[in-house]
Design a protein around this ligand. Sequence first.
Ligand code: FAD
Length: 317
Amino acid sequence: MKVTDCFKQADKTLFTFELLPPLKGDNIESIYNIIEPLLEFNPAYINVTYHREEVVYKTREAGLLEKKIVRKRPGTVGITAAIKFKYKIEVIPHIICGGFNREETENALIDLHFLGIHNLLVLRGDTMKSERYFIPEPDGHKYALDLVKQVLEMNHGKYIDEEIENNAPTNFTVGVAGYPEKHIESPNLESDLFYLKQKVDAGAEYIVTQMFFDNSRYFRFVRQCREAGIHVPIIPGLKLITTKKQLSILPQTFNIDLPNELAKEVSKCNTNSEVQQLGVEWATAQAKELIDHGVPALHFFTMGKSDNVRKVCESVF
Ligand code: FAD
């Protein structure tokens, strides 16, 4: 089903969550072990992230370093199909620009189309850890907007090679990312909203937000989007805080603020299990308020663990 039809047909806030593919060498069972504790809360769909390659340095004899390019979490397309067919649940793979040229992207989209996977979250993708700025592949896309356009051209039967004989149209529904506290590289929120609107004007039908810990940031963002002429559903993204270190890592990585009240309480915790308990309580309060405001769905970033998300679901779904 088109994910946007899920939103239209629902008479209450839907539960959705996001998974990371396992590290290379791990088994698909590790993914099922995350999903199964959450099934009783009837997820409307499950997202599977996409991870580009990374540069790693291996120490060799005589202290020499060997530079290697590795993709640590491959398997997004396969995992998406495996979950869809095992649990009969809608699954949304993330598709990214980073590390792919247009033809590789087209081939991945053809695979997804043949597998009957028609909902996508389309992103630029993270900058490589070893690079300061995002560098597209030769003949790859620089911005998510360009990837949105490629997907939607395929929906009109337009493939890269104009001379192919059959031009079967695909039928992808495209979602994109939005940032209530501004994308880290954006000079200001207005500029970020300008480019977000371009993605929606190009045909993106819903937005999933970056995590936030202060609901007022989300409500303000939705207002600003509406004022800017962006009228598609905006799905709030929620992450549960689990360690003390995240007090500095999350703002640094995601350009988000942690409210002072939360930061102070986390600082007082003596163990990470105390932090996790606090994280569950904070996310539960956030979820309840968002549901009261009638948001279409809650999107949980599981980061490979479902036990704490399950505790939130027990209170709100
Ligand atoms: P874009 O929309 O391309 O925007 C990137 C920046 O460029 C923004 O600052 C924007 O304002 C600016 N911009 C856009 N268009 C233009 C233009 N024409 N000219 C100048 N500036 C422009 N990353 C992964 O690698 N894999 C994942 O699976 C993944 N999943 C995610 C899921 C969610 C819900 C979210 C919120 C993020 C996810 N990310 C993922 C992270 C995302 O890839 C990064 O945040 C990335 O830096 C930006 O992606 P984007 O799609 O928002 O990019």
